[in-house]
Write a protein that binds this ligand. Structure first.
Ligand code: RUQ
Ligand code: CUA
Length: 649
């Protein structure tokens, strides 16, 4: 039964009005709307999660142009991320080096509930982590690991002023960590929500965790306006099963939205009502002055328990295995998208407060009051489609909800709950994104549907087909499909923002005089090669169009050679690359003013070329050098040079 319900729409034939939206008479004006002429810029940035690629991609809207892949949780040979010595610590965890993750939800920082263009956060779902990307450099600058968690899915949704980004465990796990029989799930497993504080510079810390029943915590969104101070998490598997969840976790008619009063939680922290428990988690920070990341292992975390902290957590009954939870721009309405339901459930924040005041409780679960459904529900969008997943808002009084099973986006009116429009998606849409669509100030011009399945929409590329995004014009009463474009990995969620909020702050290069890398060479005069036992440190520079030094001798088999390459350029868009034959990692791609380090362990004797990998100048092909490797016991002395004839041995 369950598997039949979840069959994607494309398996049962395309939506009936496919033809009218797929091209034809509309396509001329649609082309004009998405055409960004050569040399012109897009109006919006879109940041898309890479899903199982572990990265973020940056696109322009409305063109859909791919502008950059930002490496976050996965190794990236293109930029040397996770391969060079400087960024390896970014991927350290309490499990050691974890070079991959499954990234789902990009989330922009906000000020007063509006996107502010400072940072982008994104979760790692596999080995629970949250990353922060600096939107002046478009680089990952911080990754924090989350203990007591198993699968960080409901993350990293921000509060109104980026006081916190939140992270809820998708899979409950034994708490504290212990070796127990899996069928002891209901007794020994627990759920955990983490509140990660973000300071004025963006630095993250785990402020506290909240211990909850062993449900699956799926998605989250924080309150805004009147509901600022609260965060809402969806739950499923309130049946607390550990096997065949497809069937066993779909039995309850209603699961819950957990409403967390985090301002209350802050009071309990101040009052010392927490337990400090042992927990291992890494905190990795990239320092812009040294161009190096540093990983610290932390050993403790503060945990609040609802039984010690009344009034901090309430459950709102919500049909039926809700997935997304979305808060409208006013903060009054909390929309639960029950993925096994045809209706959307809309809760009212003000009704919730009255219900709390009147103690209108159905029951309690582990000291957490369950509010009476009738006393919190504001209304529902009835029979809108099949399999609602996510909702965003246009700031003009409408919500837009994706329906996975019926493969469409449905527009409905806040307050009357009537459906006013629907469009098909190709196919099986998951999230959707309106720039600012989960903030107080949506920029309701475009909507992007993020599709799970593409089937016949593109030229086939073997068994694996691209995932895709579809761009709709939502400026009028009726949604209008404008464009399909492929995305990288799986674009779970995305965030969009006016380019004007980011462009003025974009960094063009790193000031060389601010470079504090311990192995920097701030001019060709500072270049040198030093031996320290079996380690050889090469202090190298690049400038159009040579390396200094470009001839190196005296290296031996079994050495560990560190190429510390400083790019002396002070101009926009002039990175140099560095690659050496036989290296067991990747290239370096060094931004102007930056120093990066490649480790090379020569295994064979010979003379090996190195070269610049990024076509930087007319004489880029001349940007090359040689390193000589002698036998372990050879007497060849260490020598380096630039612009001399071959040194003789
Ligand atoms: S998910 S398609 Cu956000 Cu990972 Cu809903
Ligand atoms: Cu430097 Cu090519």
């Amino acid at each position: 039964m369950a598997s039949l319900v979840l069959m994607p729409a494309c398996e049962i034939g395309p939506p009936s009005n496919a033809g009218s939206q797929g091209g034809g008479v509309l396509s001329g004006s649609a082309a004009e709307q998405v055409y960004v002429a050569p040399g012109q810029h897009d109006e919006f940035y879109a940041f898309m999660s890479g899903g199982f690629s572990g990265q973020v991609t940056v696109h322009g809207l409305p063109s859909g142009r791919l502008l950059k892949t930002i490496p976050v949780f996965s190794l990236d040979g293109e930029k040397g991320y996770g391969f060079n010595e400087e960024t390896k610590p970014m991927l350290e965890t309490s499990f050691g080096f974890v070079p991959w993750d499954d990234a789902h939800h990009p989330e922009l920082s906000q000020t007063s509930g509006e996107t502010d263009g400072r940072w982008l956060f994104i979760n790692g779902n596999n080995t629970p982590r949250v990353a922060r990307i600096d939107l002046t450099t478009f680089e990952t600058v911080e990754i924090i690991e989350l203990p007591n968690s198993g699968g960080n899915h409901s993350s990293p949704f921000t509060t109104e002023n980026t006081e916190y980004v939140v992270a809820g465990t998708r899979f409950s796990v034994p708490y504290p960590v212990k070796d127990v029989a899996i069928d002891s799930y209901a007794e020994t497993f627990k759920g955990m929500l983490s509140f990660i504080s973000v300071d004025a510079e963006g630095h993250m810390d785990i402020a506290f965790q909240i211990l909850l029943p062993a449900f699956d915590y799926d998605l989250a969104h924080s309150g805004k306006g009147d509901s600022h101070g609260w965060t809402f998490f969806t739950t499923y598997n309130t049946e607390q099963k550990s096997t065949l969840l497809e069937v066993t976790a779909s039995q309850n008619d209603k699961d819950f939205i957990a409403a967390i009063n985090w301002k209350k939680a802050e009071e309990y922290i101040k009052a010392g009502k927490y337990k400090e428990v042992p927990a291992e988690w890494t905190h990795n920070v990239y320092h812009e002055d040294t161009h190096m990341a540093e990983s610290t292992l932390n050993k403790k975390v503060k945990v609040l328990t609802p039984s010690d902290c009344p009034d901090m957590v309430y459950f709102l009954p919500t049909p039926k295995s809700p997935h997304g939870v979305d808060v409208d721009p006013t903060g009054e309405y909390i929309i639960g998208n029950g993925k096994l339901s045809a209706d959307l459930t809309v809760h009212s924040f003000s009704k919730m407060l009255s219900a709390i005041e009147n103690k209108s409780f159905e029951t309690t679960i582990e000291s957490i009051p369950v509010l009476k459904f009738e006393d919190v529900v504001a209304g529902s969008v009835v029979k809108a489609g099949l399999g609602p997943l996510h909702t965003e808002f246009d700031g003009k009084g409408y919500g837009y909800t994706t329906f996975f099973i019926s493969s469409e986006v449905v527009k409905w009116k806040i307050g009357t709950w009537e459906v006013t429009d629907r469009v098909p998606t190709y196919y099986s849409v998951g999230h959707l994104m309106i720039p600012g669509g989960d903030s107080r100030k949506p920029e309701g011009k475009y909507l992007v549907a993020l599709n799970k399945i593409t089937k016949d929409r593109y030229l086939p590329t073997g068994p694996e087909l691209c995932h895709s995004a579809q761009l709709y014009d939502i400026s009028g009463d009726k949604m209008k499909l404008l464009l399909d474009f492929p995305t990288m990995g799986e674009p779970h969620y995305a965030q969009g923002i006016s380019a004007a909020k980011i462009v003025p702050n974009v960094k063009k290069f790193y000031a060389i005089e601010e470079n504090k890398h311990p192995y920097r060479a701030l001019g060709e005069k500072e270049t040198k090669v030093e031996r320290d036992g079996n380690s050889v440190h090469v202090y190298m520079t690049t400038i159009r169009s040579h390396f200094s030094p470009d001839n190196i001798e005296g290296v031996k088999v079994g050495d560990r050679v560190y190429f510390h390459v400083t790019n002396l350029e002070q101009d926009w868009d002039v990175p140099h690359g560095f690659a050496v034959m036989g290296a067991n990692n990747a290239e370096l791609l060094i931004m102007p003013g930056q120093t990066e380090t490649l480790v090379w362990e020569p295994k064979k004797i010979g003379v090996f070329p190195f070269y610049c990998t990024d076509f930087c100048s007319a004489l880029h092909q001349e940007m090359q050098g040689y390193i000589r490797v002698s036998p372990r016991n050879s007497g060849v002395a260490l020598k380096w040079s630039l612009g001399e004839e071959e040194p003789s041995s």
